[in-house]
Design a protein around this ligand. Sequence first.
Ligand SMILES: [Zn+2]
Length: 338
Amino acid sequence: MNIKKRLTISSKILSSENKHILRESEVKSFNSSLSYRYKQCAKRQAMKIWKSWRRNKKKGQIPEFDGALILDHRFIKVEKAKNSSFDYWVRIAILKKGYPILIPIKSYDYANNYFDNWKLVNGGRLSREDDNWFLLLTFEKETPPKKKEGKIIGIDIGIKKLMATSEKEFYGKDIERLMDKIQKKQQGSKAFKRAIKERDYYVNKTAKALSLNNLKAIVMENIKNIKRNTKKERRLRKEFRSKFQKWTYPLLFSRINQLCEINGVHFFTIDPAWTSQTCNKCGFVHELNRCGEIFLCRNCGYTQDADYNASKNILKTYLAQQSMVAGNIKANNGIFVH
Ligand SMILES: [Zn+2]
């Protein structure tokens, strides 16, 4: 039998297995005290777990159910409480029909913003951790169109200050202290996890502090393209890994991306290329141009805060690429006319 045939056969077996798992009558008659609706929901969740496991190239052991229930709108509803000292009722349908569990909840500032300005998607993820139950709710919002007016700024991420912008604004000067705090704790301990949480909270807060009002676009270095062995990557690795900072950059990156999305600001990325070693004034690139927080050009003597210099380079790289694209379009048009 050639390989092709064997592949077809095994894929047939797989797909028939698929059908086997999927058959509704089987789900219905499955021996369990769950209601049919709950069985359907369980099946859907199991299929999702299985499918994502199959897609995962590094799949190891067969996936295990983590105990969290993903329930749709038929099971979990959140309603505004009227004439009550509570803000909302969470209604969870259980096995006995017509006897839902009703949980009164009080909202708080952070959640209010979502309840008031976003659309709640009914349903949720119900999980249990150390005798406490958690309900994870999802909110959605239509994103506004992207702004046509406003400034474009570059942002550099660093360790002394989380963000430096090309407008010479600096954000998140406490990040190094929080990193040191994590490093002093024993990895995996409760204090360690608390310190990680504190850092994540701080990163979120710092991202939010960035004023997006007058901005049309933000440019950052693309984290996915930080190639191995480039100077930037080595620098990031040296600084970040040693201080459990590994996740700070992706977290801040996705947070800013999200904030841009919500506020109609473009989010552009450039490939990282010598941004911290290039002189923003004369373009001279040298490893020794940067010395810690200070940038001092070996060619023209220009000196500036190193992160600010890098953020200006990020913006400059983006603008240069744009004008190149515009130039190409012009050239193409020229050919077209002739
Ligand atoms: Zn220079």
